[in-house]
Design a protein around this ligand. Structure first.
Ligand SMILES: [Ca+2]
Ligand SMILES: [Ca+2]
Length: 90
């Protein structure tokens, strides 16, 4: 039993840096209309970082598939699916 705890502790140390760069989003918190604060039909970095505080400009740029500078409904959905924190199917 003691040996198992030591193994788990070692794994925990190695898992640290990986978690830091992995963005986890709960799809239930993402509502395009609510996030689009100025209702211009697209979500800017400033609007999205309000609901995803861990969001980096790099991650936002990756989500912006057509490099328009903001996210359409489709781009946001694809981004959220890619980083969904809940893997279970309903
Ligand atoms: Ca907007
Ligand atoms: Ca875009």
């Amino acid at each position: 039993m003691r040996k198992l705890l030591i193994v788990l502790g070692t794994l925990g140390l190695f898992a640290g840096p990986v978690v830091a760069q992995d963005l986890m989003i709960d799809p239930a918190t993402i509502d395009f209309v609510a996030i689009d604060a100025d209702a211009n039909g697209s979500v800017s970095y400033d609007e999205l970082v309000v609901v995803i505080p861990e969001l980096t400009p790099e991650a936002f740029a990756q989500a912006d598939a057509d490099a328009s500078g903001d996210l359409s409904d489709e781009e946001l959905n694809a981004f959220v699916e890619m980083h969904a924190s809940t893997g279970d199917a309903m």
